[in-house]
Write a new protein. Structure first.
Length: 348
């Protein structure tokens, strides 16, 4: 059974690690908060699992610990930053602050970020926006990496290209965090490291066959777009949309041949009060959420669960009972704790 840790103790621990690695206290707190929230929500490949990777990037200089993004363009509701590969988690959170303020002024605001660092779990950011009554879209791609094959091909060309959408309702928000591919690079990597199989035939091998063997990726295969061999044109279309709205709008991407892993990002914030009003918006989205939950299901089947519902319940449960970390995460964090002189929290 996985060991459980107090959520706040983990956030303090992670913040201390990033601070000792040179990150200013205000942004180390933000990064720790977002990573631990990912674990609280059950996204354990994109939470503290990423902390050693980020710490290594800080120490070897790939991720600058300090500095501010360059503002390349600012037209009020449309902003472009160069993030210089600083912490993508901090950059997104920083961009959200700006986008919320501008959306209240203009009704909508998009902040495009080129050369961001990796942004971790999209779902972690969404409640920050919905708690303020904002409808948020968050899109990301990595122009230095190819992992997903276009529909009909076997060669990896683009990344899983996640799409995050936070929708306020008259109750809990709807939190959508999906990829344009069936699975993620993180899940494939974890399955390969454990010598296991994936939960379905989510990859395509070099011969064009769908497979659940994660090793096929290293033998000339690729991740399949959402929809698989039969309906992958849908995921392919979504993947192209994300590429256009991230690297395309940022004006920097695969055409430029970047040699450092990172992200092209779009933070899009919409204020419902600038349209039909937040109360009317929340009443509409709340009605639809209730109707979906009440929809008839086959005898003996569980009821409909809305996107983000389980993640929010996990977050509440973990806040009360402790966070169950994936078994290999704390041992790797303790190595960094010893190196940086930080005390690791004890399990509950």
């Amino acid at each position: 059974m996985a060991e459980r840790y107090d959520a706040q103790a983990l956030k303090v621990f992670a913040a201390d690690l990033f601070s000792r690695a040179g990150m200013p206290a205000d942004r180390s707190t933000v990064v720790a908060e977002m990573l631990v929230d990912a674990d609280l929500m059950g996204h354990d490949t994109h939470g503290l699992n990423l902390a050693p990777q980020y710490l290594d990037a800080l120490q070897n200089g790939e991720m600058p610990a300090t500095g501010d993004p360059d503002v390349l363009s600012d037209r009020g509701p449309a902003v472009l930053w160069d993030g210089h590969y600083m912490s993508g988690v901090w950059l997104v959170h920083h961009a959200m602050d700006l986008a919320v303020d501008r959306a209240r002024q203009y009704g909508i605001c998009g902040v495009s970020i080129r050369r961001s660092g990796h942004i971790a779990c999209l779902a972690s950011f969404l409640p920050v926006a919905t708690d303020q009554g904002m409808l948020m879209l968050l899109l990301s791609s990595d122009p230095a990496v190819g992992g997903v094959a276009p529909h009909g091909a076997t060669e990896p060309v683009y990344t899983p290209n996640p799409i995050g959408v936070g929708i306020p309702t008259d109750g809990d928000p709807v939190l959508i965090d999906i990829s344009a591919s069936i699975t993620t690079m993180g899940m494939r990597g974890r399955a390969a490291a454990e010598g296991g199989r994936l939960g379905g035939k989510w990859l395509i091998d070099a011969n064009g066959n769908a497979t659940d063997d994660p090793a096929a990726f290293d033998d000339g295969g690729a991740l399949l777009p959402l929809g698989g061999l039969d309906s992958g044109h849908k995921g392919f279309g979504l993947g192209l949309m994300v590429e256009a709205m991230t690297s395309g709008l940022a004006g920097f991407g695969r055409k430029d041949g970047p040699d450092q892993h990172g992200a092209s990002v779009l933070v899009l914030m919409i204020d419902p009060d600038a349209f039909g009003g937040l109360d009317a918006f929340s009443a509409e989205t709340g009605w639809l959420a209730a109707a979906c939950r009440a929809a008839r299901v086959p005898d003996g089947a569980p009821g409909v669960r809305l996107p983000g519902e389980r993640a929010l319940q996990r977050k509440r449960d973990a806040g009360r009972d402790g966070v169950a970390l994936f078994p290999d995460i704390m041992p790797r964090l303790k190595q960094w704790a010893e190196k940086l002189g930080v005390d690791a929290p004890a399990p509950l």
